[in-house]
Design a protein around this ligand. Structure first.
Ligand SMILES: Cc1cc2nc3c(=O)[nH]c(=O)nc-3n(C[C@H](O)[C@H](O)[C@H](O)COP(=O)(O)O)c2cc1C
Length: 259
């Protein structure tokens, strides 16, 4: 799968099959988590309940079906930039899992807190859990309806654009990045971020507060944009924070071809 297929494939999985995940896939997730924790000072953890009768994490039965035997606990600092990093690197983990054929869902609210017990140091909090498993072969009607009803509210790309450039005049790679933001997850699908284009520079900001997960959502949106740009050979790095700039480091040949 290429980057765009992976992003399309990633949807919130709320119906799991009980098939066991191969060890080599779990090793890849663990290596990713170890690197993120070491480089970013986050405290992501992965837990399993293999061999148990019940799911390793108590997901709300009104929304989820099937059992999950693995989940990631996204633990990080309580401050806003840590919350943004949880979003950014959590989405890296989610897209890696997707590329391995696994189903995931960002879950910040609809789980039983008593069912999870990650290590949390002073100054840290558990932001979200990510159940990880194989998606059910056929998504049941209920889960399809939940997703359709949440996704109905997704805005058009030009609705999340601000600044001095009309949507039609944006470079193709930026249009693709906007679409990647919209294809990505956000809490209750209320995407609280805008991309701001000023003088050919690009910034991402939180423009509304609505769910308590805005900083996670900002990080996720920045990762989705980065991932799409990177796949089109536009290599950059985001500054952290609301209003942080996408600093372009290099642009390859395929970028020129998309102009
Ligand atoms: C930070 C965050 C928290 C979320 N919390 C929940 C949750 O508690 N329960 C749930 O069913 N989905 C949750 N979601 C999933 C969103 O509802 C979902 O991403 C959004 O509706 C878009 O749909 P999609 O991910 O299928 O594309 C969360 C997503 C994010 C980014």
């Amino acid at each position: 799968m290429d980057a765009f297929e992976i992003m399309k494939q990633r949807v919130s999985c709320r119906a799991f099959s009980e098939a066991e995940i191969e060890r080599e896939k779990i090793e890849k997730l663990i290596a990713c988590i170890d690197r993120i924790n070491e480089e970013q000072g986050l405290h992501f953890q992965i837990y399993t309940g293999i061999g148990k009768q019940q799911s390793v994490v108590g997901l709300n039965r009104a929304m989820f079906s099937g059992k999950v035997f693995w989940y990631a606990a996204l633990v990080g600092g309580e401050d806003e930039i840590s919350a943004e990093k949880v979003g950014y690197y959590g989405e890296e983990l989610v897209l890696l899992a997707t590329s391995l054929g696994l189903g995931t869902c960002w879950v910040g609210g609809t789980y039983d807190r008593d069912s999870v017990n990650p290590q949390i140091e002073p100054g840290e909090k558990l932001w979200d859990v990510i159940p990880i498993g194989f998606p059910a072969e056929k998504t049941p009607l209920k889960q399809r309806m939940i997703r359709n009803s949440l996704r109905k509210k997704t805005p058009a790309p030009k609705e999340i654009l601000e600044g001095d450039t009309a949507y039609d005049d944006l470079p193709e790679w930026v249009k693709t990045g906007l679409q990647a933001i919209l294809d990505g997850p956000s809490a209750v699908n209320r995407l609280p971020v805008h991309l701001v284009c000023e003088n050919h520079n690009y910034y991402m900001k939180i423009y509304k507060k609505n769910s308590g997960f805005e900083w996670n959502d900002l990080g996720i949106a920045k990762y989705q944009f980065w991932y799409a740009a990177n796949a089109l050979d536009v290599h950059g790095e985001w500054e952290w924070g609301s209003g942080g700039e996408f600093q372009i480091k290099s642009q390859g040949v395929s970028y020129l071809e998309t102009e």
